[in-house]
Design a binder for this molecule. Sequence first.
Ligand SMILES: Cc1cc2nc3c(=O)[nH]c(=O)nc-3n(C[C@H](O)[C@H](O)[C@H](O)COP(=O)(O)OP(=O)(O)OC[C@H]3O[C@@H](n4cnc5c(N)ncnc54)[C@H](O)[C@@H]3O)c2cc1C
Length: 417
Amino acid sequence: MSNASGGAMALGMSERLKPIHDQVLRMIADEILPLDEEFLVEVEKGDRWELTGRQAEILEGLKAKAKERGLWNFWLTDSERGYGLSTVEYAYLAEEMGKSHLAAEVFNCSAPDTGNMEVLERYAIDDHKKRWLEPLLEGKIRSAYLMTEPDVASSDATNISFACARDGNEYVLSGEKWWASGAGDKRCALYIVMVHTPDETRTKHQQHSQILVPADSKGIEVLRPMEVYGRDDAPHGHMHIRFSDVRVPAENLLLGEGRGFEISQGRLGPGRIHHCMRAIGQAERALELMCRRSVRREAFGKPLAQLGANFDIIANCRMEIEMNRLLCLKAAWMMDQGDARAAAPWISKIKVSAPLMALKVIDEAIQLHGAQGISQDLSLSRSWQHVRTLRLADGPDAVHRRQVARAELKKYTQEKL
Ligand SMILES: Cc1cc2nc3c(=O)[nH]c(=O)nc-3n(C[C@H](O)[C@H](O)[C@H](O)COP(=O)(O)OP(=O)(O)OC[C@H]3O[C@@H](n4cnc5c(N)ncnc54)[C@H](O)[C@@H]3O)c2cc1C
């Protein structure tokens, strides 16, 4: 395959990745997946928002093993501190991680921390890197990204109205944020907050800033966990948070006032594609469960696979997974070329396509499992609920479709549509 300018587009698994991929795959299958369900059962015991007892033992034990084996921070592309894998290479690992509930965190590759670490790596001053980036890279603390607000349509981030006013050497923050993923976890020490810093002399996309806020700052109140189809996702959580005159040092504002959108572009690209890679892994796992079940269980004198349209269903799922994997790898390859603007519509394409595909595959897998498919006995219903949220989180489908269409139409008109 080649790109428009004729250069080679290598989407296959590189030689250096193969042994790493093999180790990750084996650790997930042999050591992480068998503990996924036990971990989730443990969450229901004691303080659901604090990792203690057996729950902590499972997660921290797996993290220690991964770290010891050097299977850690794979997402950190182009950096001396990480593996320096390309986004294409990382895609293969993230897909494997999508097959298990715990795997992404076990390898210190989970959202929203990876995106937040990228922001700190690129834009934070040394003191802040020491205070937050180092422990995040070590997997000792967690973080959250606070953009969405209850009172404004946050899919259009120019609406963000969270107040942030300069007062001497400090900024004073007031307002509400919700759906702050990871903010429920007691280990969450840092919020990166998108705030409104209006300035008439600047453009529409220079009215916002991002600021680092310690999670234990005075004036912060975690109001409630938002629920996803009745699940609060403890101990991670998607929290509704109120800030009342929260004061942070002025140096906590990243890059400078008005540069919030610039930072978002860098943060959300990788985060979005990582979700898609893991969604492909979730679809792959669902297809595997569906196939195993359909050859093992019989009805009307035949294996389920041979009944009705089940051959077609299985074939369609396989084809759709393959198509999406290729689209995801192409988007990853575009990111590796270093032109964020050119990569953006490709990220949008996979951001719409992968969750829709995964939802379809997981739903078919649920159907083939009968009632057990939607029950607590299998990971499928949890997986479906999670993927459903990806049609909203990091921008709803419609917003990404708009990006794709605008890039397409740009070929035919000079007008900004
Ligand atoms: C599980 C989960 C985790 C999340 N985690 C985080 C997080 O960690 N941090 C954070 O800040 N936010 C997070 N979010 C919030 C998420 O990013 C927002 O919900 C999303 O950006 C949409 O904003 P909104 O809810 O205000 O919807 P709105 O902006 O009100 O949009 C609602 C609907 O309007 C329609 N719409 C909007 N724009 C267009 C358009 N251009 N064309 C056509 N229709 C359109 C779409 O149907 C869209 O779904 C999370 C959400 C979920 C569900």
